[in-house]
Design a protein around this ligand. Structure first.
Ligand SMILES: [Zn+2]
Length: 185
């Protein structure tokens, strides 16, 4: 095996898996956006004992936040551009969890792109890229993949991260042993 980026990304089978993954992604985002605000409104109704202004306010706030997050997620995935770069640093930090009381670990990998831009990538409970990548690794970013980084030199590796489900698969395989979608090998 020679170092280099996989050419499989341009094959019909990979494109089909990618389209399917993107449809699932859009569906998940759309369903969350649809059902989250009424859910929060329902909780607000219970807590406030159905005081209408509080319920309307809670619903409106969640709508605005949801739309902003949806726009950001879709924009990143469908308008984001591919880039090549190098792993610049890695460290483990901590941040407040969703409920704000507990702190959770964040696994941070920083890249410098060939055009000199700095990119920060954060992982939380699962951190496949933090474990897989090391300082100095040359990578390509594929915005439309759920696990978007591909290593340039895989010659010393025994495993590769599935770009669809994030699990490690043997580099000898062409399909993920877990989700059976094509690997970038
Ligand atoms: Zn997989």
């Amino acid at each position: 095996m020679e170092p280099g980026y996989s050419t499989r990304i341009d094959t019909p089978e990979f494109k089909e898996a990618m389209d399917k993954g993107n449809r699932t992604f859009v569906l998940t985002v759309a369903l969350t956006a649809l059902f989250l605000p009424p859910l929060v409104a329902g909780i607000a109704a219970l807590i406030s004992r159905e005081q209408l202004p509080i319920v309307v306010a809670a619903c409106a706030i969640v709508w605005i936040i949801t739309i902003a997050i949806v726009a950001w997620l879709l924009g990143k995935r469908f308008l984001g551009k591919s880039w090549d770069g190098v792993v610049d640093s890695q460290h483990v930090g901590s941040e407040r969890s969703g409920s704000g009381h507990r702190r959770q670990r964040v696994y941070i990998t920083r890249f410098v792109t060939d055009s000199g831009r700095k990119v920060t990538y954060k992982e939380r409970t699962l951190h496949p890229f933090y474990d897989y990548l090391t300082f100095g690794d040359r990578v390509r970013y594929h915005p439309r993949l759920s696990y978007p980084f591909e290593k340039y030199d895989k010659t010393a590796d025994e495993t590769v991260i599935c770009p669809f489900c994030g699990r490690m698969s043997s580099i000898e395989l062409t399909e993920c042993s877990s989700c059976h979608k094509p690997l970038l090998v």
